[in-house]
Design a protein around this ligand. Structure first.
Ligand code: NI
Length: 128
């Protein structure tokens, strides 16, 4: 690109590069914030613990692979480009048989394991 005078161009956030920098499963990384919400990326494999978030909806957007959002009475299967929203207060768990790459949109204060007991799955908020 050409810049004239004071260049205001900045690099975009490149999700492919961000995902490439993630080398562990179930540890979300913040790649952007907007109006108090985080855009987080996470690599998944296997099953996450059941939990709920009493004060926040949670949006999952599958970027690569196959990913499931499971409720006690139904399962939503997601492929690349598909998303689902978990309403606040609703018990859920997420899972993928093989590795998947997923974007999560939720308020910055949300802890990934919600009301579940603190465990190895509980991840500190980390910016990538
Ligand atoms: Ni959740």
């Amino acid at each position: 690109m050409r810049c004239y005078g004071r260049c205001m161009h900045a690099a975009p956030i490149r999700l492919v590069e961000k995902f490439a920098a993630v080398d562990e499963h179930w540890r979300p990384k913040v790649v952007a914030t907007v109006n108090g919400q985080d855009v987080r990326i996470v690599k998944t494999r296997g099953e996450f613990p059941w939990h709920r978030h009493d004060d926040a909806d949670e949006l999952f957007l599958c970027w690569r692979g196959r990913f499931r959002v499971e409720f006690r009475d139904r399962v939503i299967e997601l492929g690349p480009g598909e998303l689902a929203v978990v309403p606040r207060g609703v018990e859920h768990r997420t899972a993928s048989d093989d590795e998947a790459e997923v974007l999560i949109f939720e308020p910055s204060e949300v802890v990934n394991t919600g009301d579940a007991a603190k465990s190895a799955f509980t991840a500190p908020r980390t910016v990538l």
